[in-house]
Design a protein around this ligand. Structure first.
Ligand code: FES
Length: 117
Protein backbone atom coordinates (compact mmCIF):
# COMPACT_ATOMS: atom_id res chain seq x y z
CA UNK A 1 0.00 0.00 0.00
CA UNK A 2 1.45 3.39 -0.95
CA UNK A 3 2.65 5.63 1.86
CA UNK A 4 1.21 9.09 2.38
CA UNK A 5 4.24 10.90 0.90
CA UNK A 6 6.71 8.53 -0.77
CA UNK A 7 10.45 9.17 -0.77
CA UNK A 8 10.11 9.78 -4.50
CA UNK A 9 7.47 12.48 -3.96
CA UNK A 10 9.57 14.18 -1.27
CA UNK A 11 12.70 14.02 -3.43
CA UNK A 12 10.94 15.67 -6.39
CA UNK A 13 9.48 18.31 -4.06
CA UNK A 14 12.86 19.12 -2.50
CA UNK A 15 14.84 18.83 -5.75
CA UNK A 16 12.42 19.60 -8.57
CA UNK A 17 13.62 18.51 -12.03
CA UNK A 18 13.37 20.87 -15.00
CA UNK A 19 12.44 23.85 -12.80
CA UNK A 20 12.70 27.25 -14.47
CA UNK A 21 11.73 28.95 -17.70
CA UNK A 22 12.43 28.54 -21.43
CA UNK A 23 13.57 31.53 -23.47
CA UNK A 24 11.08 31.13 -26.32
CA UNK A 25 8.61 28.37 -25.48
CA UNK A 26 6.11 27.09 -28.04
CA UNK A 27 3.67 26.43 -25.21
CA UNK A 28 3.42 28.34 -21.94
CA UNK A 29 0.45 28.05 -19.65
CA UNK A 30 -0.21 28.60 -15.98
CA UNK A 31 -2.91 26.74 -14.10
CA UNK A 32 -4.38 27.97 -10.85
CA UNK A 33 -6.05 26.08 -8.04
CA UNK A 34 -8.83 28.38 -6.78
CA UNK A 35 -9.13 26.37 -3.57
CA UNK A 36 -5.66 27.27 -2.31
CA UNK A 37 -4.27 29.90 -4.70
CA UNK A 38 -1.39 27.70 -5.87
CA UNK A 39 -0.13 28.13 -9.43
CA UNK A 40 1.99 25.99 -11.76
CA UNK A 41 3.28 27.13 -15.16
CA UNK A 42 4.41 24.57 -17.75
CA UNK A 43 6.50 25.51 -20.79
CA UNK A 44 7.36 23.33 -23.78
CA UNK A 45 9.67 23.54 -26.77
CA UNK A 46 8.27 21.33 -29.54
CA UNK A 47 9.94 20.24 -32.78
CA UNK A 48 8.44 17.85 -35.32
CA UNK A 49 5.58 17.06 -32.92
CA UNK A 50 8.04 15.94 -30.25
CA UNK A 51 8.74 17.78 -27.00
CA UNK A 52 12.43 18.74 -26.92
CA UNK A 53 12.47 20.76 -23.70
CA UNK A 54 10.12 21.30 -20.80
CA UNK A 55 10.27 23.52 -17.73
CA UNK A 56 7.89 24.32 -14.93
CA UNK A 57 7.75 26.88 -12.16
CA UNK A 58 5.26 28.12 -9.62
CA UNK A 59 4.14 28.08 -6.04
CA UNK A 60 2.49 24.94 -4.84
CA UNK A 61 2.23 22.29 -2.18
CA UNK A 62 4.53 19.26 -2.03
CA UNK A 63 2.17 17.17 -4.14
CA UNK A 64 1.72 19.74 -6.92
CA UNK A 65 5.45 20.55 -7.15
CA UNK A 66 6.44 16.86 -7.13
CA UNK A 67 3.75 16.10 -9.71
CA UNK A 68 5.00 18.91 -11.96
CA UNK A 69 8.58 17.65 -11.66
CA UNK A 70 7.54 14.07 -12.43
CA UNK A 71 5.37 15.27 -15.30
CA UNK A 72 8.39 16.89 -16.95
CA UNK A 73 10.28 13.59 -16.68
CA UNK A 74 7.38 11.58 -18.09
CA UNK A 75 7.13 13.95 -21.07
CA UNK A 76 10.87 13.94 -21.75
CA UNK A 77 11.06 10.13 -21.56
CA UNK A 78 9.19 9.85 -24.87
CA UNK A 79 8.78 13.40 -26.21
CA UNK A 80 5.05 12.76 -26.11
CA UNK A 81 3.09 15.15 -23.89
CA UNK A 82 0.04 12.86 -23.76
CA UNK A 83 0.08 11.80 -20.12
CA UNK A 84 -2.98 10.41 -18.36
CA UNK A 85 -4.22 11.33 -14.90
CA UNK A 86 -3.53 7.76 -13.74
CA UNK A 87 0.03 7.78 -15.09
CA UNK A 88 0.92 10.94 -13.19
CA UNK A 89 -0.76 9.88 -9.96
CA UNK A 90 0.93 6.46 -10.14
CA UNK A 91 4.31 8.14 -10.66
CA UNK A 92 3.97 9.84 -7.26
CA UNK A 93 3.90 6.37 -5.60
CA UNK A 94 1.90 7.90 -2.76
CA UNK A 95 -1.52 7.59 -1.21
CA UNK A 96 -3.13 10.62 -2.84
CA UNK A 97 -6.42 11.23 -1.05
CA UNK A 98 -9.41 12.36 -3.15
CA UNK A 99 -9.19 15.86 -1.69
CA UNK A 100 -5.60 16.16 -2.96
CA UNK A 101 -6.10 14.75 -6.46
CA UNK A 102 -6.57 18.30 -7.72
CA UNK A 103 -3.08 19.14 -6.39
CA UNK A 104 -1.54 16.25 -8.32
CA UNK A 105 -3.38 17.17 -11.51
CA UNK A 106 -2.67 20.92 -11.41
CA UNK A 107 0.42 20.66 -13.68
CA UNK A 108 -1.42 18.33 -16.04
CA UNK A 109 -4.22 20.90 -16.37
CA UNK A 110 -1.63 23.51 -17.34
CA UNK A 111 -0.10 21.14 -19.88
CA UNK A 112 -3.43 20.24 -21.50
CA UNK A 113 -4.71 23.81 -21.58
CA UNK A 114 -1.41 25.01 -23.00
CA UNK A 115 -1.45 22.42 -25.77
CA UNK A 116 -4.98 23.48 -26.73
CA UNK A 117 -4.28 27.22 -26.78
FE1 FES B 1 -2.65 24.01 -3.48
FE2 FES B 1 -2.02 21.50 -3.39
S1 FES B 1 -2.70 22.74 -1.73
S2 FES B 1 -2.15 22.74 -5.15
Amino acid sequence: MPVLYSEKLLDHFRHPRNYGALTSPDVSYESFNPLCGDRIRIELKIENASVQEVRFRGDGCAISIAAASLLTELILATGNPTITDDQLIAALESDIKPARVQCALLPLEALRAGLKS
